[in-house]
Design a protein around this ligand. Structure first.
Ligand code: SAM
Length: 461
């Protein structure tokens, strides 16, 4: 993933517009306002960034293992900290996902063209992080000659001031890009994202929900149903969450409940990613969890400055996500020969390295072949000796694929063995942090099945 491709707009936005806004709105001294953002400002802001980082990332020692933070954006110093450091960090995750699933963005744009405007809801928007990432990606498309429809954003958040911060920053960016000038509108809704379907009754071209689910109880199935009802056509609903175990497993549970509750059809095409099948998620409970790890360098002088101030320069983006397709614009059918890799190569004493792959309801292992580049999150094409169950071979073919897995059509046959498969491409992607542990000699590796599906008690982070 190269965010460098989004420069110079990226640095204009985050090094320029954001620091100017913070300087103007959040300087501790009146005399500092209106001056350039300097290292003195950086040194001042790093304290709040550190504190907020602790609040957002420290795992509570609860059974859920989800971070604890709520209400922090009521404080001006934390809003400034969020804008300076977390806004570009989280925007980079959205940009990575938009790059990974361009078909979903195409569907959202096509829906916008059909309707005369692309309607995008940003749920738990904060400063409109996901929307800003989308604008950066679309600005790049426009600069390459693509025509864009007008865009109407609806940002939902319970904290009014962070919405206004974001809109002010976005307005400057919209003015900068000719394709956006006079063609992008941002409506603010100071209310829970659970009210979004009522508040914006027209169809949505795309819905984005970033890093907000973990700040409250899981919405009941009815809320998901109503949100998804708005996504008739277009790019569907993308949910991005921190990569921790609690958050990732919550997303897996939601996915499974959407299937069992018949909110989405039980087809792989109901999901853009990361899943390639529609059976039970093998990592929805237990010791391991599915998340994404993308090698990336986030551009920007100030992001580097603050990363160093936090004690580490970031070379990886980590997150979990679930991208649900719109009913009228399903994701392409994944190839039946492709699997998501859930681990880096596991080196067994005296034997070939092995990989863990995602299968319906279970994780299975296969030999890693001689190609050393394969690792967690890659897509793996099964080789000729994969076993094809007869029932699967009968399944009708699906739609042609532009899916990021390079999939083609049809059924889901082979159960992987040591079959000399190959990597489709080295890609940012899913897995468990430590890699699921493999009982020696056992195959499949995990988890026959979990509790029967059904409503679960609300979880807090
Ligand atoms: C960590 S910030 C994420 C902001 C932005 N989406 C991003 O990815 O950077 C979480 C935001 O979600 C908001 N939030 C949490 N629960 C919410 C809810 N039920 N309805 C609306 N906003 C909510 C918070 O006020 C906060 O602004």
């Amino acid at each position: 993933m190269s965010l460098r491709e989004l420069e110079p707009n990226w640095t204009w936005l985050f090094d320029g517009a954001v620091t100017r806004h913070v300087k103007r709105s959040y300087s501790p001294r009146e005399s500092w306002r209106g001056r350039p953002f300097t290292r003195q400002d950086g040194a001042f802001q790093i304290k709040a960034i550190r504190e907020l980082s602790m609040r957002l990332t420290i795992e509570r020692k609860s059974a859920m293992g989800r971070p604890q933070a709520r209400g922090y954006l009521e404080h001006g110093r934390f809003r400034a900290a969020y804008l300076l450091y977390f806004l570009p960090l989280q925007a980079a995750k959205f940009a990575a996902l938009f790059e990974e699933h361009p078909g979903a963005i195409d569907a959202a744009l096509a829906d916008g063209e059909r309707r005369g405007a692309m309607v995008v809801t940003d749920l738990g928007a904060g400063p409109g992080t996901a929307s800003l990432a989308l604008l950066l990606v679309l600005a790049q498309r426009a600069e390459r000659g693509a025509a864009l429809p007008p865009i109407v954003f609806h940002w939902f958040d319970e904290e009014r001031r962070i919405l206004h911060d974001g809109r002010e920053i976005a307005a400057a960016f919209i003015e900068r890009i000719p394709a956006f000038r006079g063609r992008v509108r941002i409506d603010l809704h100071v209310e829970s994202f659970g009210e979004a379907a009522r508040a914006v009754p027209e169809p949505w071209s795309l819905a984005l929900l970033g890093h907000a689910l973990n700040e409250g109880p899981n919405p009941p199935l009815g809320v998901w149903r109503r949100l998804l009802e708005r996504c008739e056509r277009g790019g569907g609903l993308l949910v991005v969450e921190p990569a921790s175990k609690g958050n990732s497993q919550t997303l897996s549970e939601i996915r499974d409940q959407l299937f069992t509750g018949h909110v989405i059809p039980r087809e792989p095409t109901a999901i853009w990613g990361p899943c390639l099948h529609a059976a039970g998620c093998p990592l929805a409970e237990g010791r391991d969890w599915c998340h994404t790890s993308v090698r990336a360098t986030i551009p920007g002088e100030w992001f580097t400055f603050f990363s160093r101030g936090l004690g580490s320069e970031r070379n990886w983006l980590k997150y979990s996500y679930l991208w649900l397709a719109a009913a009228g614009d399903p994701a392409p059918e994944p190839s039946p020969f492709v699997r998501r890799v859930l681990s880096d190569p596991i080196h067994q004493s005296g034997g070939a390295a092995e990989l863990l792959l995602c299968e319906p309801n279970q994780v299975v292992r296969t030999s890693a072949t001689s190609n050393r580049k394969i690792g967690r999150g890659d897509l793996y094409r099964l080789g000729a000796t994969g076993v094809v169950p007869p029932a699967a071979a009968k399944k009708p073919a699906g739609t042609a694929s532009s899916r990021s897995d390079g999939g083609s059509t049809s059924s889901r046959p082979p159960s992987p063995r040591s079959d000399g498969g190959s990597i489709l491409r080295r890609r940012p992607h899913a897995a468990s942090t430590s890699g699921p542990e493999v009982p020696k000699g056992a195959e499949p590796v995990t988890r026959s099945r979990r509790k029967p599906p059904g409503p679960r008690p609300p979880k807090r982070r």
